[in-house]
Design a protein around this ligand. Structure first.
Ligand SMILES: C[S@@+](CC[C@H](N)C(=O)[O-])C[C@H]1O[C@@H](n2cnc3c(N)ncnc32)[C@H](O)[C@@H]1O
Length: 342
């Protein structure tokens, strides 16, 4: 007899192996944020092919564990600095930052008159350095050193859609999470036309089956503020000192409130610091979390211990089907109060 993973567990291991031990059709909603292939500590040495293969395997395994009509929600961003050895060197004539008042036209005029002049001779004539002549003629490499591999943007939504479709899951909806602009990750932005990194996606995949639609899960105000909105403005986590890629508690809280009912099982197979499990506990749901790094398993367990809601603070819905939950903001404050007092 196979023993399945019990609800309210955090399992240490690789989700590709652990997902096989979850009871089939038991998960009401799976919400997670995988490694983004951007070189974080927990993804060093993982090639792009290995990264894709991890996502494909995990998505494929979801078909079996999700209840019919349930959702898989993936939070991810495009890869903004995707290395491409085939890409031509990015050149930029950086006119706005020019310190030396020498123009390309002046150099070309000298070259026309004295085709035998070297760059050094032209530099001497114009009273500037040889590098300035080189930059005016050949442009700047605006990202990294001259010999670094160039980077471009890699969209990931299409990859996920294709993987999910092959697994029998359909893209039902997508939302954009506007977080704080990450200026510190975009120091190069001032010498390019590229935007700073300030949004991520939520891709919502559906497993065919009957989906229970209950408009009472949110208040009228919540529907107006975020339930029906495609764009969610949620500040990022400020203190990423214990885990470098936490998502804010409000993110899984909203997903859980929208797509599940009290007592349902919520899955996160890239659990990290345990945010999804905490959100599930606060909302009176059960959870299963999977994480491959032992140190994050410990972190998540501590977070879950602190998150146990008091019965009178988290109502589980009353007999006439009406929800009497405290609003999300109140739950968040309660959780933060507990975390800081321990
Ligand atoms: C983006 S982080 C998730 C952060 C999480 N949402 C939070 O709020 O803390 C991705 C996590 O997936 C874990 N991970 C990477 N590959 C894994 C795998 N194959 N199986 C399980 N966990 C994995 C990493 O150690 C990392 O903690």
């Amino acid at each position: 007899m196979t023993t399945h993973i019990q609800p309210n567990s955090i399992v240490h291991g690789d989700s590709r192996a652990i997902l096989k031990h979850i009871e089939p059709e038991s998960i009401a909603c799976s919400v997670w944020s995988p490694p983004y292939h951007v070189g974080k500590e927990y993804e060093v040495d993982v090639t792009f092919e290995e990264w894709q293969s991890l996502l494909r395997d995990v998505i494929t395994l979801h078909y079996n564990v999700l209840k019919p009509g349930a959702f898989l929600v993936i939070n991810i961003a495009d890869i903004l600095c995707f290395k491409d050895p085939e890409m031509p060197k990015i050149m930029a004539e950086n006119v706005s930052r020019r310190k030396v008042n020498v123009t390309r036209e002046q150099i070309l005029a000298i070259q026309l008159e004295h085709p035998e002049y070297s760059r050094y001779q032209i530099a001497e004539l114009l009273g500037c350095s040889e590098q300035t002549i080189d930059r005016r003629l050949n442009g700047n490499n605006i990202r990294g050193g001259k010999y670094d591999t160039q980077t471009r943007v890699k969209l990931v939504g299409g990859l996920l859609e294709e993987m999910a479709l092959a697994a029998g899951l359909y893209l039902y909806d997508r939302r954009v999470w506007i977080k704080d602009a990450a200026w510190e990750n975009s120091r190069w932005h001032s010498i390019s036309y590229r935007a700073v990194d300030e949004f991520e996606y939520l891709y919502i995949f559906w497993k065919p089956g009957i989906t229970r639609i209950d408009k009472h899960r949110l208040t009228k105000e919540e529907w107006t503020n975020w339930g029906s909105r495609a764009v969610w403005m949620i500040p990022s986590v400020r203190a990423n000192d214990d885990h470098e890629a936490k998502f804010p508690l409000a993110l899984p809280q909203r997903i859980i409130q929208l797509f599940t009912e009290p007592g349902d099982i919520v899955l996160d197979c890239f659990l990290g610091s345990g945010t999804t499990a905490v959100a599930a506990i606060l909302a009176g749901r059960r959870y299963i979390g999977i994480e491959k790094e032992q140190k994050y398993v410990e972190l998540a367990k501590v977070a879950c211990e602190r998150a146990v809601p008091e019965q009178d603070e988290v109502a589980l819905g009353n007999s006439n089907g009406q929800n009497h939950r405290p609003p999300l903001r109140q739950l968040r404050l309660l959780h933060e109060r507990r975390a800081s007092s321990s």
